[in-house]
Design a protein around this ligand. Sequence first.
Ligand code: 3HC
Length: 338
Amino acid sequence: MYTQAMDTAARDGHASVSALAPTAREQRFEARIAAGEYVEPKDWMPDHYRRTLVRQISQHAHSEIVGMLPEGNWITRAPTLKRKAILLAKVQDEGGHGLYLYAAAETLGTSRDEMIEALHDGHAKYSSIFNYPTLTWADVGVIGWLVDGAAIMNQIPLCRCSYGPYARAMIRVCREESFHQRQGFDALYAMMTQGTRAQRDMVQDAVNRWWWPSLMMFGPPDGESTHSEQSMRWGIKRIGNDELRQKFIDAAVELAKVLGVDLPDPQLKWSPERGHHDHGPIDWDEFWRVVGGDGPCNRDRLAARVRAREEGAWVREAAMAHARKRAARDTAAQALAA
Ligand code: 3HC
């Protein structure tokens, strides 16, 4: 970019303001990022930075609302009233996270409708993890423990993301995610310590099915990550995919001991030299297949989202009509008072 500006000046024979302005703006932007300042919606930012944020934040928002589906499947079948109330609150929280995140992405100049359309026509990604089925009640607990646990590990650093609205949204999201993680662990702990043999087996089976997909949530290895390097330079991502995955594995091993479950990886072993756990190979072919639309539940998940949008159209129309009516009433009242 700097080179292009210099080339233009040389051809024109003078340094035009338009050729130099982006360079100065860009330098100012880079300096603010280097100083750890937040970038706010009205600040100048490079197009690529804006596009990267729209991509990541909208994918994140889609993950939250698609993420309501696997667990929503168990609301009517929760084993006790207490677990049902907790699960209802949790699934509602995920919907709320989606709303904060769509609102944060809208500050970058994209509309909610555009983002939803991109999800529904299959252009926009959402987290691979939500394309796996929830076969038993133990899956709900394991989603809390492992999936929300992985989400927190990945999202805490995003509270320091360089884009202000995203960073602020993440602070609230992370607080709620921490409750989600604990309720999942608590449900599993109850089954493992007070449950029957069949319930303990059910927990182990769920752990076996969710462990590897949870590790894939952190994204491809750094060497194959398209965006990591630039996103780290811009302070959008603070920690790379592999480092976060490793932190998650190290933490999960200890919690698995407390629960009394085995993690399904015979190569999982503490390495004193590295100060971390070594682990077996992750099946990246499976990851890319699921990301590409061919996971166990991709089609069902998208169909459910499209159906919800269509069936909810009357609610949106009614809310808009109500808002228009209230606004007209307020305007009339103000005119009377004046
Ligand atoms: N699922 C689907 N796609 C994934 C993915 C995953 N687990 N991990 C990476 N990808 C995609 C990327 O989107 C990118 O595709 P694109 O170029 O078409 O957008 C491609 O794979 C290459 O990956 P990169 O590492 O280059 O991508 P990023 O730099 O964006 O890193 C990320 C991926 C770590 C997931 C990052 O985007 C991120 O931190 N996002 C915010 C957090 C998020 O979205 N979490 C999703 C789970 S939310 C959740 O769990 C809710 C909880 O309440 C249940």
